[in-house]
Ligand binder design. Structure first.
Ligand code: ZN
Ligand code: ZN
Ligand code: FE
Length: 739
């Protein structure tokens, strides 16, 4: 990764430092450096490049070989040439760097200039329309450089040498604050006005790097409640931005790894333990805070000028729509209900949401991969050229193969939303063009009704269908470069199985080309199909019915009193007649059932709320657990009976949840260990959305490692359906001959 990250100027400066002569050239297959000088200096030069390269650059390998002497006069950067159809990588967007923040205080033409950037920082992917990465191919094309900026841009010793988005007060983009009746264009006035609006519990739509965000005072209950209403989203916690590290530490618990993640140049949202309360409605009772630090120059200016140390900064959209990037639309949609819309006049070309990370066992793991990470490719062990993967449906990302690189898209979202589906098609076509991929084979989920599967089916290309959970396991194998038989554990919400039933609690022996399903959770009726997903109490009733029949009512469990009697009777009848009750082995639905039984979450307002509430309820630590039978299939009924007894004994939900989680960890451990003993396999791959559960992933990773196994979990890509496309792609590399 050398384009747009200040790599050539860096090489130039290092060459100067060691008084070496020669040249550096960017080609689309990498960087070529010819160098002449004393051997020891050349060695130091190579070392320096290896260890001190610009933060956002990435060196995969360095090859050194002798060439003939050319008697160079000095060191020079020669213009880029395209020598092959290999790919040029595109840098993701990079948070503003420290040097630029200093320049913002000292450079006359950039005092308080909110679009300051350099070769080491600034927008990249979000403004790129085409390759090569030159200003004319970005949305900066409408801002001709002033003489001062051009001089910096052309000076190889300047920090802004060939920084494509270089800009200053006299030539670059500007902010405008739009209120219902006034427009403010002067930055100092905008900042002052922001303070007033925030103090008055106002909501402000703020244009960020990859889209619009909605901001308000995170300590103001009134403002946050208003934002909740506006967003039509009752349950999902809001992310917040802290002014600085000090403010972050006041409200959250952080260890060194979490700090490292939250301060990284990618500046993701990091899920941190809550130390002090924000307005209740920010986290809605969850024990974690989705926290980030400023990443745009404007964020720094803003926090210097307002009293607030923490703002809600949630994506600017309504329910399942993609985040808004269009200025007109933002005005039209936000201005009626927000106090102001803060915009700037540079177009966002590629939309990206904030990325989300959490740290488990000292490793940062991506839950949502977007800003700061996309479009960095994942290197595969196999040739994936011309294979395109459609992804899943609910948390969609797609993936394109070029050579042995896999280009996983930014987070797209739920394709069932029309706008999101259009975003999917648009992004797919853009990736195809940008990375010059000529699709030859489509790979999609087995589920015929996923819109991604239909998109593949309509492409006219041969389509390979891949089982959902096999793709989960393969996604993790691919990111760790595994290409052999492994023990695979896939736990998630739902995915279609090859027996036509809904899977989601699966133990495999698998490699990239196939899998054996060893065992799974016993099939359970899912009353109303998708309706059960939205109403965790339905799964609770389903499990109870399968054990107690109609006498489940005699158990007199408190949660049943919170459900409308009529609806409850309908569900019981559905179960009795087995009407509209698809069968599932899903782990997610089992978590739903326990969340329902304990009354921790009867109705789900957003995807995976019930398992999150269940995990969030855990207090303290113990090794207590329930019983589960792991014969040919896993029988959870003994556990459900014990949970019922606990509820009848008034054992608190927090304790039941803890015991339940321990039981799940234990069952995985037992089965994996016995499979390993039988087969001799030592590598275990755990994937699927359930492993976003911190308690479970933390425990199971350690326990399996202690029993001598090599444990692999997703880190660079999400273990949820956002990672599926990479798995599909990896599987297709093995099966392309069969289609
Ligand atoms: Zn910078
Ligand atoms: Zn300028
Ligand atoms: Fe899944």
């Amino acid at each position: 990764m050398v384009q747009g990250v200040g790599f050539r100027p860096f090489v130039y400066r290092v060459a100067n430092k060691f008084r070496l002569k020669g040249e550096v050239e960017n080609r689309n297959d990498g960087v070529i450096i010819e160098i002449e000088g004393v051997e020891s200096a050349i060695n130091e030069f190579v070392n320096d490049i290896r260890h001190n390269a610009p933060p956002a650059s990435y060196i995969e390998s360095i090859h050194v070989s002798p060439v003939g002497i050319k008697s160079f006069k000095g060191f020079s950067i020669i213009p880029s040439t395209n020598i092959s159809d290999e790919i040029t990588l595109i840098s993701p967007d990079i948070a503003v760097c420290k040097d630029c923040l200093d320049d913002m205080r000292s450079q006359q033409h950039r005092l308080d200039y909110p679009f300051i950037n350099c070769t080491n920082c600034g927008p990249r992917f979000t403004i790129i329309k085409n390759l090569p990465y030159d200003r004319v191919n970005t949305t900066m094309d409408m801002f001709p450089m002033c003489d001062t900026c051009r001089a910096e841009y052309s000076d190889v010793l300047d920090r802004r040498f060939h920084a494509q988005p270089v800009a200053c007060h006299s030539c670059g983009p500007v902010y405008t604050l739009n209120e219902k009746s006034v427009k403010i264009e002067k930055l100092a006035l905008i900042l002052r006005r922001l303070q007033e609006l925030l103090d008055d519990d106002g909501i402000i739509a703020i244009k960020g790097v990859g889209g619009y965000f909605l901001a308000c005072d995170a300590l103001s209950t009134k403002a946050v409640e208003k934002l909740r209403k506006l967003k039509n989203r009752e349950g999902k916690p809001f992310a917040v931005m802290f002014a600085d590290e000090q403010a972050l530490k006041e409200y959250t618990f952080t260890d060194e790894y979490e700090l490292q993640a939250v301060k990284s140049w990618q500046r993701p949202i990091v899920l941190l333990g809550k130390k002090n309360d924000l307005a209740w409605s920010v986290t809605k009772g969850f024990p974690t805070i989705g926290a980030m630090l400023p990443y745009m120059p404007f964020h720094y200016l803003m926090f210097e000028n307002i009293r607030q140390k923490v703002l809600v900064l949630t994506s600017g959209n309504f329910s399942d729509e993609p985040i808004f990037i269009d200025d007109e639309k933002a005005l039209e949609k936000f201005l009626p209900d927000c106090e102001a819309v803060l915009s700037y006049n540079r177009e966002i070309y590629n939309r990206v949401d904030d990325s989300i990370v959490h740290v488990v066992n000292q490793k940062a793991r991506l839950i949502r991969r977007s800003r700061g990470y996309v479009p960095v490719p994942i290197k595969l062990e196999q040739n994936a050229d011309g294979i395109v993967a459609a992804g899943a449906e609910l948390v969609n990302c797609f993936c394109l193969g070029k050579g042995n690189m896999a280009f996983l898209s930014q987070h797209i979202g739920d394709l069932k939303n029309m706008e999101t589906y259009l975003f999917y098609i648009e992004s797919f076509n853009r990736f195809k063009d940008l990375f010059r991929v000529e699709p030859k084979l489509f790979v999609a989920d087995l589920h015929p009704d996923y819109l991604s599967t239909r998109f593949a089916d309509q492409s006219g290309l041969p389509v390979l269908k891949v089982q959902h959970h096999h793709a989960h396991i393969a996604s993790c194998m691919a990111e760790h470069g595994l290409d052999e038989k492994v023990i695979g554990v896939a736990f998630d919400g739902v995915g279609l199985g090859d027996d036509g039933k809904i899977w989601g609690g699966e133990f495999f022996i698998s490699d990239l080309s196939g899998y054996d399903r060893l065992t799974h959770f016993e099939y359970q009726q899912m009353p109303g199909g998708d309706k059960a997903t939205l109403n965790p109490w339905r799964m609770a009733v389903s499990y109870l019915y399968s054990i107690y029949g109609e006498s489940l009512m005699d158990l007199d469990l408190p949660f049943l009193h919170q459900v409308q009697e009529e609806e409850l009777n309908v569900v019981i009848q559905m179960l009795e007649k087995n009407f509209n009750c698809p069968e599932t082995s899903s782990a997610g639905r089992l978590f739903d059932a326990v969340a329902g039984l304990t009354g921790l979450c009867l109705f789900s307002d957003f995807h995976a709320e019930a398992p999150m509430r269940l995990e969030g309820a855990i207090k303290g630590r113990s090794d207590e657990m329930y019983n589960m039978d792991s014969g040919e299939i896993i029988n959870v009924k003994p556990m459900i009976r014990q949970i019922v007894t606990d509820i009848q004994k008034n054992v608190p939900g927090s304790e039941i949840s803890l015991k339940f989680h321990n039981t799940i960890v234990d069952i995985i451990q037992k089965i994996v260990n016995s499979v390993s003993k039988e087969t001799g396999l030592k590598k275990v791959v755990l994937s699927g959305g359930t492993f976003q559960n911190r308690y479970i992933s933390e425990k199971i990773e350690i326990k399996l490692q202690l029993s001598g196994l090599e444990v692999y979990m997703n880190e660079k890509i999400p273990c949820n359906d956002g990672g599926i496309a990479l798995g599909q792609l990896a599987i297709a590399t093995k099966k392309r001959g069969q289609v």
